[in-house]
Design a protein around this ligand. Structure first.
Ligand code: AP5
Length: 218
């Protein structure tokens, strides 16, 4: 079955970690605005007459990239995907309304993690610049410190994972993206799942939500 899954949650909730696993397990696309924007950080958006000239400047400040840029990325990615897990979008009510007009979702799941854990998760995150594998210095360390277990490249820290920028991202989430979660909740379309515990435990919770629903439908 080709599912259309939306994974919501604050920065550091584990959306990327879990989306990667869901995409592999269900053989669907992982559509992530964060990765797409990181690959286009230097894109010239001066035509839009926005505050900054590139997506990267918004990202490094912890602010949202303008909707026009992000909506175009998502529209194109979803039109090419049969099934998908969408991660990082929508991040405000305007994007949620645009998404309504683009596609129909089968599962809308919000990962919930206490704010005190998020800062620790994000400042300890390390990523592989070659293959995008994600680690945590304490919770998911690579076999050799600082080296990607999957491909052997040297791990780096995301530029927006400094304590100061993480705090700004969390406040942008509270102001812009919490209302999106409420928007789906009010329509009774949202399932809340705890993002605490090991990545394996969280993954088991997510697949239970999805597969229990499949069973209920047959
Ligand atoms: P984006 O890349 O989407 O960042 P985010 O939403 O802030 O989410 P993160 O990637 O930081 O966290 P995550 O939930 O994926 O956690 P992860 O699995 O990595 O966006 C970055 C920027 O791009 C935004 O600030 C904005 O500027 C721009 N942008 C993106 N989308 C946009 C949009 N729609 N509109 C406008 N602008 C947009 O896990 C985090 C760490 O925790 C890792 O180290 C991991 O190993 C560890 N971890 C994961 N699970 C567990 C667990 N269960 N226990 C312990 N540790 C865990």
């Amino acid at each position: 079955m080709q599912s259309h899954i939306l994974l919501l949650g604050p920065p550091g909730a584990g959306k990327g970690t879990q989306s990667t696993r869901l995409a592999e397990t269900y053989d669907i696309q992982h559509v992530t605005t964060g990765d797409a924007l990181r690959a286009n950080k230097q894109m010239d958006i001066t035509d839009l007459e926005t505050k900054y000239d590139t997506p990267g400047e918004y990202m490094d400040a912890g602010e949202l990239v303008p909707d026009t840029v992000v909506n175009t990325i998502v529209k194109e990615a979803l039109s090419e995907a049969d099934g998908y897990v969408l991660d990082g979008y929508p991040r405000n009510l305007e994007q949620a309304r645009i998404l309504d007009s683009m596609t129909e979702l089968d599962y809308i799941i919000a990962l919930e993690v206490p704010e005190s854990d998020l800062l620790v998760r994000l400042t300890g995150r390390r990523v592989c610049p070659e293959c995008s594998e994600t680690y945590h210095t304490e919770f998911e360390p690579p076999a050799e410190t600082g080296i990607c277990t999957a491909c052997g490249a040297e791990l780096t820290q995301r530029e927006d994972d400094t304590e100061e920028t993480v705090k700004e991202r969390l406040s942008v989430f509270a102001e812009n993206t919490e209302p999106v979660i409420e928007y789906y909740d009010e329509r009774n379309e949202l399932t809340r799942v705890s993002g605490q515990g090991s990545p394996e435990e969280v993954f088991t919770r997510l697949t239970s939500v999805i597969e229990d629903d499949w069973l209920a439908r047959v």
